[in-house]
Design a binder for this molecule. Structure first.
Ligand code: CAA
Length: 388
């Protein structure tokens, strides 16, 4: 067993680090304060191939593997978690359903522009009354009598990149022409078409530069050709996508935690109290040792989940368990590490002069989106016990 990165992976990691530290880190605080979408740096990330890391080149992506994706996600998120969120939506939540279930035409029409970073994508699963219980969605897609299109009426909330997306993958309960329920299906909808409305822009605690809003579809006409997969296959598609997406969020959490740890380490060497560097005090040393240990455990779980995803892809199996374990552990580690890093900085950690308070605010979302920690525990426990 070899735990070292290959030369290619090391190269990808340093290219992502160089871009993130030179282009994103200097503007992160400014975009966090304004809550503006960082258009320029996101377009630049697209030019480097970071918006469709695992998408084959023929569909506008970079054709790399899941390990490359988590390395890129961690580096970008270490510079700014909001950029990490935007990158993860295009790559995972929008890219995976089309890549794994889309037709050739759908890949060319919708995947290509998003994977190449020309436009943004979004993923609409959550509704005002259904978050964790995703199957309880009420949005409806009614098939027309001539079978040519669906009329979609939907209300979706917490749509990351919703305010800037050109295309959205949307899930809805499907009704056949005679009104028979056909289960949840997945559709690609165009945010610029008639019947699509972007709603309330959500002001947020963290990842403030990643835009979030509600969306509403009223009598939206969706051609049958824009349904992804079979009728009734939508929930399976949504879950398969999250099995990928959760690994990306675990990598995001790892990146934020690493950035907070490095800041705390440096501060503990420089800051003096009672005539000594605070890093010489056992209370600070214990914190640093625990932070480092938990981060390294997260790193191994993230890399293992990415590796397992690759294996599952080749074998045609699922990687649900590893994805949930990595997401659960890395996100809770991230929250804990940013808390400790802020505490080590004392008053300076609470100040907007340093990025610590931003890391702390950004960390929280990793325990919530793409499945809360409670849902990850449920997925893991169901897998282990076999009890649903
Ligand atoms: N892969 C493929 N299929 C799966 C699956 C998976 N990982 N998990 C479940 N399924 C299938 C099951 O096999 C089952 O199929 P059959 O009906 O054919 O047997 C079907 O889906 C239903 O499965 P469950 O009975 O397990 O479904 P459930 O209603 O109990 O829900 C859940 C399971 C794990 C709780 C799921 O609802 C869930 O993950 N909830 C959390 C939702 C979530 O993560 N939301 C995040 C929104 S996206 C987001 O956050 C984006 C953003 O802003 C960036």
């Amino acid at each position: 067993m070899d735990f070292s990165l290959s030369d290619d992976h090391e190269m990808i990691q340093s290219a992502a680090r160089e871009f993130a530290q030179n282009e994103i880190a200097p503007v992160a605080a400014e975009f966090d304060a304004s809550g503006q979408f960082p258009e320029e740096t996101i377009r630049a990330a697209g030019e480097l191939g970071f918006m469709g890391v695992e998408v084959p080149e023929e569909y506008g992506g970079s054709g790399l593997d899941p390990i490359s994706y988590v390395l890129i996600m961690a580096e970008i998120s270490a510079a700014d978690a909001a950029h990490g969120t935007i990158v993860s939506v295009n790559n995972s939540l929008f890219g995976v359903p089309l890549l794994e279930f889309g037709t050739e035409e759908q890949k060319q029409a919708f995947l290509r522009p998003v994977a190449s970073g020309e436009v943004n994508g979004a993923y609409a699963l959550t509704e005002p009354q259904s978050g964790s219980d995703a199957r309880a969605m009420r949005s409806r897609a009614q098939l027309s009598d001539d079978g040519s299109h669906y009329t979609i009426n939907a209300k979706k909330s917490w749509i990351t990149s919703g305010p800037v997306a050109k295309y959205v993958i949307l899930f809805a309960q499907t009704l056949q022409a005679d009104g028979t329920a056909a289960g949840i299906s997945a559709f690609v909808v165009d945010a610029e078409a008639e019947g699509f409305l972007r709603g309330k822009h959500e002001p947020k605690l963290g990842i403030r530069a990643s835009a979030t809003c509600e969306i509403e579809l009223t009598n939206y006409r969706c051609p049958v050709a824009n349904r992804i997969g079979e009728e009734g296959e939508g929930f399976k598609i949504a879950m398969t996508v999250l099995d990928s997406g959760r690994i990306g969020i675990a990598a995001q959490a790892l990146g934020i935690a690493q950035a907070a740890y490095e800041a705390a380490l440096e501060y503990s060497r420089e800051r003096k109290a009672f005539g000594e560097s605070i890093g010489s005090f056992q209370s600070i040393q214990n914190k640093l040792a625990d932070m480092k240990t938990r981060i390294e455990a997260s790193r191994l779980l993230v890399l293992q989940a990415a590796w397992a995803k690759q294996r599952a892809k080749q074998a045609g199996t699922k990687n649900t368990l590893n994805a949930s374990i990595a997401k659960l552990y890395a996100s809770e580690t991230c929250m804990w590490v940013t808390h400790q890093a802020l505490q080590i900085h004392g008053g300076m950690g609470y100040s907007k002069e340093l990025p610590l308070e931003r890391y702390f605010r950004d960390a929280k979302i990793t325990e919530i989106y793409e499945g809360t920690s409670e849902i990850q525990r449920m997925v893991i426990a169901r897998h282990e016990t076999g009890i649903r």
